[in-house]
Design a protein around this ligand. Structure first.
Ligand code: GDP
Ligand code: MG
Length: 767
């Protein structure tokens, strides 16, 4: 048997689905998390039950991808039963969907979820009364506390064996006769779900009219003949009104409040502060800074810097000197100690000078450990971001950003997939499917790389570490935080430019329901982090390890297949030196070692972790910064070597901060990894759009890096640096203008369906 889970967003579908099937699907706080349906099995009844988790919906109208997915599933695949899950704390609103599901012939049970919250408020629901009035079983459950779940399934199992005929809200209203007349038209057609179809035809639903054009014709005539009063022919409005009236009159009376509904809930009060017109954005920046401070700061709460811990108090392994590290750094230090031990053991047990020692130590160990060392910090950061998401704050961020970004062409709706990109761009790009507006969707896909993903984090952390060590003016957390904020800022500017040039198109208003704040679920956090960790380790063991071996090989041999001592004589060294002139204007292509950065940036196309892994491998193999500095044993960890490598690399220039910042910006803003490019290709739909997107990413990253390097250089060197910057930017703008004049970014026609259902031709520029 097959049961479908249907309900509003945030009603707890995924939580119930996980509880039923033992699965670990992501419980999210915003639409778009479950665009596609998910399937699992419930095994605790005498028969196995397939459970399908449908996307969250408010109605079965044809206006959003979620609604269409759910509707098609319910009508065409005919589950044996629908479990309609309801957030009982919002009974009235949730019953709106219920009135629509009741129109189907499919048996249905109603799961009154979050009954724990209802009880906590001191309220109660008369489930029996509700059951009588709805004409379908009503079972109180708590998906979260796993209460009433088996009872729900037993009841559902009984119910699924019965047959059911759909019921509408029309009975006893003044539209009853009209309804019956339309219904008769279907009776001759021999379709099932007649009640549902009749209601849809009454509403003038587009999908329905296309499917039954003959009936639509007759129905339109019947509808024309009646007086709709204030509704002025808005039949959809009439039905909505009937539904609400019935809910308020018949169903909502089952909810017994212990005290009158408070005008302001706790969430409202918190929102008064966190979504304040003026303070919302500073507050967001502050919260994010706190997160990065907790993850990357060597000096927690600046206890050392402000002198609470006096100078010379202590110098300890793992902890550090005269300061207490943040939790993220503490974990990192532990891992660093561990890698030193492993590295030493590995190095001393292998014969010196053998090619496989080089492969294992300089290649695999240096490359992989430079990526893996950051796992604790990545996990700590994700923990904080997940807490922010799960508590409901991230949904507010979308709301705040809508208010701030709308003027620039970035709506809150596109912000939600973008926030997902902080984890990984692939699901983020896929989530853009929830955006109805095509132009907005394409724009959003093009912005995804700017939201720094988890795989880029090792780059920021490694360089942040170098900055902190080499130039005590900047600390690590500021570098990492800066990269995230830079990404968001560039995204806003880029949205504005895209909105005016490549992907024009207006933005529909953003309506979003803000979930109530609640404490994050421990189990949920653990599952989520475990998922990330698994994913990360799997990548390290496959793609990254494989690529590191290739990089090691290309760095160890020259074109005549002989092993070389100096990496710059190697295959990759020669190629790198050949192409690095392109990056000389950006600073990091300069000097003797510039090619290493260039190659590292290129390997980032495979996976962004490769940027650090490649530099780690180069450092491991470079005589000057090798691990075996004193000949017998490793002096430091690969990370230390990596830092030395980075810190000492920009040859010829005594100042490397601008070049390094430019390198970071380039990696942040440029073409994302292959997996993300493939998803972007799938979502953009055609090769030309993808090519434009790639050019756009390259142009953005190149320009930003150029600006950063030369503005930085200006502070460090001369005024003429500023002049070069201006000329460089002008050159890029002229190239872009020339490209668009040549018709590369031509106009093309897109057929657009309007809401009213009439199809019209409209011309859109660009993509
Ligand atoms: P979906 O959008 O319908 O898939 O809903 P989710 O499963 O993602 O849940 C939305 C939020 O409601 C999550 O934060 C859950 O932890 C919370 N939630 C789900 N079920 C319950 C419940 O029975 N009681 C309470 N108090 N919270 C719940
Ligand atoms: Mg869900």
């Amino acid at each position: 048997m097959k049961f479908a889970l249907a309900g509003n967003p945030n009603s707890g579908k995924t939580t119930l689905f996980n509880a039923l099937t033992g699965s670990t699907a992501h419980v999210g706080n915003w639409p778009g998390v479950t665009v596609d349906k998910k399937e699992g099995v419930y095994k605790k009844l005498s028969e196995k039950i397939d459970i399908v988790d449908l996307p969250g919906i408010y109605s079965l109208s044809p206006y959003s991808p979620e609604e269409v997915v759910s509707r098609n599933f319910l009508l065409n695949e005919k589950p044996d039963l629908i479990i309609n899950i309801i957030d009982a704390t919002n009974l009235e609103r949730n019953l709106y969907l219920t009135t629509q599901l009741l129109e189907l012939d499919t048996p249905i049970v109603i799961a009154l979820n979050m009954i724990d919250s209802v009880e906590k408020n001191g309220d109660a629901i008369n489930a029996l009364e509700l059951e009588e009035k709805l004409g379908a079983p009503v079972i109180e459950i708590s998906a979260l506390k796993q209460r009433g779940i088996h009872k729900l399934m037993e009841r559902a199992y009984q119910e699924a064996k019965k047959s059911r005929v759909g019921e509408s809200v029309f009975e006893g209203t003044k539209y009853q006769n009209l309804f019956f007349e339309i219904k008769k038209l279907y009776e001759n057609e021999g379709v099932d779900n007649i009640c549902f179809h009749t209601v849809k035809m009454f509403e003038g639903d587009q999908i329905e009219k296309e499917k039954y054009p003959d009936i639509a014709c007759v129905a339109d005539k019947i509808k024309d003949s009646i007086d709709t009063g204030d509704f002025e022919g808005d039949f959809e409005g009439i039905v909505a009104d009937l539904r609400y009236k019935k809910i308020i009159k018949d169903y909502a009376t089952a909810y017994k409040r212990s005290k009158p509904k408070e005008a302001m809930t706790r969430s409202d009060k918190i929102d008064k502060v966190l979504t304040h017109r003026v303070f919302a954005i500073p507050m967001f920046l502050l919260i994010m800074f706190a997160v990065f401070h907790l993850t990357f700061s060597e000096d927690f709460l600046y206890l050392g810097a402000i002198g609470i811990i006096p100078k010379g108090s202590f110098s300890l392994p793992v902890i550090g000197e005269d300061a207490i590290p943040s939790p993220g750094v503490l974990l990192y230090n532990c891992i660093e100690e561990l890698t030193t031990l492993i590295g030493n053991a590995l190095y001393s047990s292998l014969p010196k000078g053998a090619w496989y020692t080089s492969l294992l130590v300089d290649g695999l160990f240096s490359g992989l450990s430079s990526v893996l060392s950051f796992i604790p910090q990545i996990m700590v950061l994700f923990l904080f971001l997940t807490i922010l998401e799960d508590s409901g704050y991230m949904a507010r961020v979308a709301f705040i950003m809508d208010r701030a970004g709308r003027k620039f062409g970035l709506s809150g709706r596109s912000f939600m997939p973008l926030i997902m990109c902080f984890g990984c761009a692939v699901p983020g790009i896929m989530a853009t499917r929830t955006l109805e507006n095509e132009a907005e969707r394409r724009r959003t896909v093009m912005l995804t790389p700017f939201f720094s993903c988890g795989a880029k984090l090792p780059i920021w952390a490694a360089f942040g570490g170098v900055f902190a060590q080499a130039f005590s003016v900047i600390n690590a957390e500021a570098v990492v935080y800066g990269m995230y904020i830079l990404g968001i800022a560039v995204a806003i500017i880029a949205a504005m430019i895209l909105n005016k040039t490549l992907v024009k198109g207006d933005m529909p208003p953003f309506i979003m329901e803000l979930p109530a704040y609640h404490a994050p679920q421990f189990k949920n956090l653990v599952l989520h982090l475990w998922d990330k960790l698994k994913h990360y380790l799997a990548r390290a063991a496959t793609v990254i390890a494989g690529s590191v071996v290739v990089i090691w090989f290309l760095t160890s041999f020259n074109f005549s297949w002989q092993m070389v001592d100096d990496p710059s004589d190697s295959i990759i060294g020669n190629i790198g030196k050949f192409i690095s002139f392109i990056f000389v204007p950006l600073g990091f292509g300069m000097g003797e070692n510039g090619w290493k950065f260039v190659v590292a940036a290129f390997t980032g196309l495979i996976a962004k972790e490769m940027v650090v892994a490649s530099i780690g491998t180069f450092s491991g193999m470079d005589g000057g910064t090798a691990l075996e500095t004193d000949g017998s044993e490793l002096l430091g960890t690969p990370m230390a070597a990596l830092m030395l490598g980075i810190g000492g690399v920009i040859g010829g220039l005594d100042v490397s901060i601008p070049a390094m910042l430019s390198f970071l910006a380039f990696n942040l803003l440029s073409v994302p990894c292959m997996a993300a490019v493939a998803s972007a290709n799938a979502e953009l739909g055609d090769k030309k759009s993808l090519i434009i997107a790639i050019i756009f990413w390259l142009a953005t990253s190149y320009t930003m890096s150029l600006v950063i390097f030369w503005v930085g250089a200006f502070f460090v060197w001369n005024w003429w640096a500023a002049l070069i910057t201006v000329l460089g930017i002008a050159a890029i703008l002229i190239t872009l203008a020339a490209l668009s004049a040549k018709g590369l970014l031509k106009t093309r026609k897109i057929k657009k369906e309007t809401k009213a259902g009439k199809s019209e031709e409209c011309v859109k520029e660009g993509l």
